[in-house]
Design a protein around this ligand. Structure first.
Ligand SMILES: [Zn+2]
Length: 380
C-alpha cells in the first residue's frame, strides 16, 4: 500500500547509501532520498540543528509507523512484505507479485481494506496517543490548539486556561501609558488618570468624560480616536486587575500568580501568556519540536492519505468499497471519484499555497484520468 505519490515513480532503485534493518521482523530500506525530503521539510523549523533534527525524527518515526501498519496487516493476511522510505514518503509492498496474486482467493476486498486502512489508522492512533500522554503530564503538543485551531477544551489542552481567563467579563482591561499619546492630549489624560499610575484605561477615560462638560474645548476625544505618537508600534496592552485574581481558581489562578510581580494593580496579560506557555510546553527543545512534528505529521499524513484519490490509501479503500457494494463498473466509478477528489484537493492545495501537495494531487488526478481512458476507451 503506497503512501504519498510513490506510484508516480515506483519503488526506487537500490543505492550504496541505503540503510537496511529489520523492524518487528519486517525488512525496512531507507533510500537516501528520504533523508533529503525529511531535511527539506524540517528546514522551515529553524536554523539550529537540534530542532531541525527533532522535526526530521518525527517525520521518520511517524511515516515508519504508517508503513508498519500496512506491513503488519499484510503479515496477518499471510503476505510477506517490505517497507521502503524514500523521497515521496514510504511504501509497504508485498515481497513478490506472485506471492500477492497467489493469495487472490483469500485476499478479499475486506482484507485489502484492512491492510490499507491499517497504515493511516495506526499513524493517526500514534499521534492521538501522544496527545493523550502529554495531557496526562499537563503539557501541550503545540499543534492541535495553536495551529489547527481545535478548541482547547476539546483536547484538554492546558493552553486553554488562557481562553478561560479571557472569557470572564472584566478580567482583561486595555491600557496605554500616557507618554505614548500625542502631546496635545497628555495634560488632559493626566487629569483622567484618577489613580495616577501613568496608565490610561478606557474606563478611566469614560469616567472622566462623564465628569466634565462635553462641550469643553479641551475635552479628550474618545479612546478609539486618540492619536498616538508615531513611534508607538505596540497594540494596546491589556492587563488583569489584581483584584480579579481571587475570581479564579486552580490552573487559571496559578497562571495569573506566575506573572504577578507584586507591584501596582496590573498583571500584564502578555506576561501571563508567555509564562503560561513556557510552563505547559516541553522544556527540552529537541523533544518539544519532536512532539509538535509527530502530532502534525501524524494527523496531516494520515488524513491526506485517506482522501479517496487513487493510488493513495483512501483511493484504494474507495475502490474496494465499490467492489464490496456490488455496484457494476466498481473500478471505473472509483476512478471517477479519484479524478474529482484529486482535482478538488489540488485546487485547495493551490489556494493554501502548498505547491508540493497541489502538484501531487493534480498529477494523481491526471493519472487516474489516463487509467480511466485506457479502461473505457476514449469516451471523454
Ligand atoms: Zn499508506
Amino acid at each position: 500500500m503506497k503512501s504519498g505519490a510513490s506510484v508516480l515513480l515506483g519503488e526506487p532503485k537500490q543505492t550504496d547509501f541505503d540503510l537496511n534493518f529489520l523492524c518487528l521482523g519486517i525488512p525496512v530500506r531507507i533510500h537516501p532520498g528520504f533523508w533529503a525530503i525529511a531535511a527539506l521539510l524540517s528546514l522551515p523549523i529553524g536554523r539550529e540543528p537540534l530542532p531541525v533534527l527533532g522535526f526530521a525524527s518525527a517525520i521518520f518515526l511517524s511515516i515508519l509507523i504508517h508503513e508498519l501498519g500496512h506491513a503488519l496487516a499484510f503479515r496477518k493476511c499471510g503476505i510477506r512484505s517490505h517497507i521502503v522510505l524514500y523521497h515521496f514518503g514510504g511504501l509497504a509492498a508485498p515481497d513478490s507479485i506472485s506471492n500477492y496474486v497467489g493469495f487472490g482467493k483469500d485476499y478479499s476486498s475486506r482484507s485489502k481494506i484492512f491492510v490499507t486502512a491499517m497504515g493511516p489508522g495506526v499513524q493517526l492512533l500514534s499521534a492521538i496517543l501522544l496527545v493523550i500522554l502529554l495531557r496526562g503530564l499537563g503539557k501541550t503538543d503545540g499543534f492541535v490548539t495553536r495551529f489547527i485551531g481545535v478548541p482547547a477544551h476539546w483536547t484538554a489542552d492546558p493552553m486553554g486556561v488562557l481562553n478561560e481567563i479571557e472569557q470572564v467579563e472584566g478580567s482583561l482591561l486595555p491600557f496605554r501609558a500616557i507618554p505614548e499619546f500625542a502631546t496635545v492630549y497628555q495634560a488632559r489624560l493626566r487629569l483622567a488618570d484618577t489613580n495616577q499610575d501613568g496608565l490610561i484605561t478606557q474606563q478611566e477615560l469614560s469616567d472622566y468624560e462623564s465628569r466634565i462638560d462635553a462641550s469643553e474645548p479641551l475635552a479628550v476625544p474618545a479612546w478609539e480616536s486618540l492619536e498616538l505618537l508615531p513611534e508607538v508600534l505596540e497594540p494596546i496592552r491589556r492587563y488583569v486587575p489584581r483584584d480579579m485574581v481571587e475570581h479564579f481558581t486552580g490552573a487559571a489562578q496559578e497562571a495569573l500568580l506566575r506573572a504577578d510581580d507584586g507591584e501596582g494593580k496590573l498583571i500584564l496579560w502578555s506576561s501571563v501568556r508567555l509564562r503560561h506557555q513556557a510552563s505547559v510546553e516541553i522544556e527540552n527543545e529537541f523533544l518539544r519540536v519532536f512532539v509538535f512534528g509527530f502530532v502534525q505529521v501524524g494527523l496531516f499524513w494520515a488524513v491526506m492519505n485517506l482522501i479517496p484519490v487513487y493510488p493513495l490509501d483512501g483511493g484504494q479503500i474507495t475502490r474496494e468499497l465499490f467492489v464490496l457494494s456490488g455496484t457494476p463498473n466498481a473500478v471505473i466509478k472509483s476512478l471517477k471519484v479519484s479524478i474529482v477528489c484529486g482535482v478538488i484537493s489540488g485546487l485547495i492545495g493551490l489556494q493554501m499555497q502548498m505547491m508540493f501537495i497541489a502538484i501531487m494531487f493534480l498529477m494523481l488526478a491526471y493519472s487516474s484520468y489516463q487509467t480511466l481512458q485506457r479502461m473505457v476507451g476514449r469516451y471523454f
